[in-house]
Design a protein around this ligand. Structure first.
Ligand code: ADP
Length: 324
């Protein structure tokens, strides 16, 4: 069953995005799987247009540089002409009550209200846009973490309702649990996941960070004073995070990752070097792609054409069934 996954240009990509998502997509993707840069989703909170554009381009380069088939990659906004009408059809299929039940909206809007920043309607309706992303491409499976499972349930409910009310237009999608992958934590605060939109970059290893900067950040990673080189995530979360990163980069089981080290310092030196080597080829290919704008534009256009072609008939059918 083909699957659909996305990465949001809410900040520069980091090691967590790479080890936890992009590298896996490149290595374990099935024929028919699709990946997109969800730039429309990055507009639901305050954003800077220039930065949105350049981050979108950077993430497209990351996906292609990581070895994902460029024909399976596209940028969400390149499908705006199809997503717009489909989102409207789905908004007119979705009840206000079911949209209002989305816990992610409740959490995000509560946080924004606390910070006295405006809550946009786009933040409220974004799960419907996400349903349009999924239904337009006709993908059957959507690998998501717990925070997004409810949104896929909504897409599922809307597809069923539309099909039942107006006639068969959509593949009814299911949320699937992605295979377990490294969950990389912030090096400066291991209680948080490494996050693109982190305010403080000190604990975030960005894919495009220079080797020296990566070394400095790893050296300053928060550990503990227990001086026990063991994998104990609850008692020693900072150290466990470093061991998980090491294991993910070397392919060793995490419980053996500490073997052979005599100090935290020595472990950190090795972690820094394996991360640098893991990211080096990706960083080089990204730089080459970004330096060749016409090639990146060509990749983007082709991805957009293929994705638009995949959705065209389904959208036609849906519009007709809906009485348009
Ligand atoms: P972010 O949370 O950094 O904004 P996205 O929401 O765009 O990232 O997610 C893109 C992909 O990266 C998702 O598959 C998500 O599970 C994965 N991902 C994000 N952060 C991490 C992390 N710290 N460790 C592992 N995987 C992560």
């Amino acid at each position: 069953m083909p699957r659909l996954s996305a990465i949001t240009p809410s900040g520069p990509a980091h090691l967590g995005n790479y080890l936890g998502a992009v590298r896996r997509w490149a290595r374990e993707g099935r024929p028919g799987d699709l990946y997109f840069v969800s730039d429309l989703h990055a507009m639901t909170t305050f954003y800077d247009p220039q930065r949105l554009r350049s981050r979108t381009r950077d993430l497209l380069a990351l996906l292609v540089a990581s070895g994902i088939d460029p024909d399976r990659v596209f940028v969400q906004s390149d499908l705006l002409a199809q997503l717009g009408p489909l989102t409207w059809l789905l908004e007119c299929t979705c009840s206000f009550g079911e949209a209002a039940r989305m816990t992610q909206f409740k959490e995000k809007s509560a946080a924004r209200e606390l910070a006295e920043t405006p809550v946009r309607v786009g933040l409220f309706t974004y799960p419907v846009l996400m349903a349009a992303d999924i239904l337009l491409q006709g993908t059957a499976e959507v690998p998501v973490g717990d925070d997004q499972a409810q949104h896929v349930e909504l897409a599922r409910a809307l597809a069923r309702r539309f099909n039942g009310t107006f006639g068969e237009a959509f593949v009814v999608p299911v949320a699937v649990t992605p295979p377990a992958a490294a969950r990389v934590r912030d090096l400066a605060d291991p209680s948080r996941k490494m996050d693109k939109s982190a305010r403080d970059a000190a604990g975030v290893l960005y894919v495009m960070d220079a080797p020296d900067l990566l070394r400095r950040k790893v050296k300053r990673a928060v550990t503990d004073s227990l001086d026990r080189l063991e994998y104990r995530p609850d008692e020693q979360p900072g150290l466990a995070n470093l061991l998980e990163i090491l294991a993910a980069c070397t392919g060793k089981p995490v419980r053996e990752a500490a073997d052979g080290f005599s100090s935290y310092g020595e472990l950190k030196d090795t972690v820094a070097e394996v991360v640098i080597e893991e990211l080096r080829p990706v960083r080089e290919r990204i730089s080459a792609l970004l330096a060749d704008q016409p090639e990146l534009d060509r990749v983007r256009r082709r991805g957009a054409e293929l994705a638009t072609a995949r959705g065209a008939e389904r959208l036609e059918v849906a519009l007709r069934l809906a009485g348009l």
